[in-house]
Design a protein around this ligand. Structure first.
Ligand SMILES: Nc1nc2c(ncn2[C@@H]2O[C@H](COP(=O)(O)OP(=O)(O)OP(=O)(O)O)[C@@H](O)[C@H]2O)c(=O)[nH]1
Ligand SMILES: [Mg+2]
Length: 239
């Protein structure tokens, strides 16, 4: 098993300086920074530390994954937020769990005593609602279906067509945004009845920089994707 730590960055110099020195290079086979054309020196800093750096051509988080995956040497991808929200200390446990043969392992903020210190009065309840809805519809038992910090087998990203524009076309058109793919990834793993697990991991507060999350647009897009995938799933199963 080869692992790539895929780190999307968009003007995250403060977080990068604080967090990346805590990531031990021996924990993974490759550290790959996918930079969305930052203007604060993030990419230069990443290069100075000797990481592989891809400068993203198309805007939006899902293109960071798509363009980054082309340069990833790992067959297991760990998506890691360098803004302080992902605790690097959990990386060895995450890799260890994947070695047990899971298809996807999520570092959950809401299990085993873990806690989010970054949630606010909207994101906390929203994460709970999206995860509960997904579990109800797709009969899964996720505790945190939306978080970025997770590991998965690279082939799944393509098998689930998460690289295809058509997967997001309608919601992106009406909401004027580019969607992320975490929650859809969770949905499609549940539909395919893959072997998924959670390990607990706190979410520390963001370190500097600015939040990129588009609460309303992504929240609405995720709701649409959940019900669309549910209806197709029911139709395909013929019930
Ligand atoms: N390369 C790239 N990275 C991005 C892009 N948008 C966000 N990121 C990075 O992805 C990581 C997670 O960002 P988001 O999931 O948007 O969440 P956030 O902005 O941290 O929002 P909260 O965590 O809810 O405060 C951060 O390191 C961002 O800099 C993008 O378009 N391209
Ligand atoms: Mg964040």
């Amino acid at each position: 098993m080869k692992t790539t730590l895929l780190v999307p960055t968009l003007n995250e110099i403060d977080g990068m300086r604080e967090v990346m020195p805590k990531v031990k290079t021996e924990w993974v086979d490759q550290i790959l920074i996918v930079d969305g054309q930052s203007t604060d020196g993030t990419a230069e800093y990443a290069r100075s530390r000797g990481y592989d750096v891809v400068v993203q051509k198309k805007k939006g988080l899902r293109f960071a994954y798509i363009e980054g995956l082309e340069q990833a040497v790992g067959d297991v991808i760990i998506t890691f937020s360098p803004d302080g929200n992902s605790d690097p200390e959990r990386i060895p446990a995450l890799v260890g769990k994947m070695k047990e043969g899971y298809d996807m392992v999520i570092v959950s903020r809401y299990t085993g005593g873990a806690k989010s210190y970054d949630d606010d009065f909207i994101t906390g309840p929203a994460n709970w609602i999206y995860t509960s809805l997904l579990n109800f519809l797709f009969k899964s038992n996720y505790t945190d279906a939306c978080v970025m910090f997770r590991a998965w087998k690279k082939g799944l990203f393509y098998a689930f067509e998460l690289d295809k524009d058509k997967t997001y076309a309608f919601e992106e058109k009406i909401l004027f945004t580019t969607m992320g793919c975490e929650q859809l990834f969770s949905i499609r793993c549940a539909k395919a009845k893959l072997k998924c697990a959670d390990i607990p991991g706190d979410e520390p507060r963001r370190l500097g920089g600015q939040r990129k999350l588009q609460l309303f647009r992504w929240g609405t897009g995720m709701l649409y994707e959940t019900f669309r995938d549910y209806l197709f799933w029911k139709y395909e199963k013929g019930s």
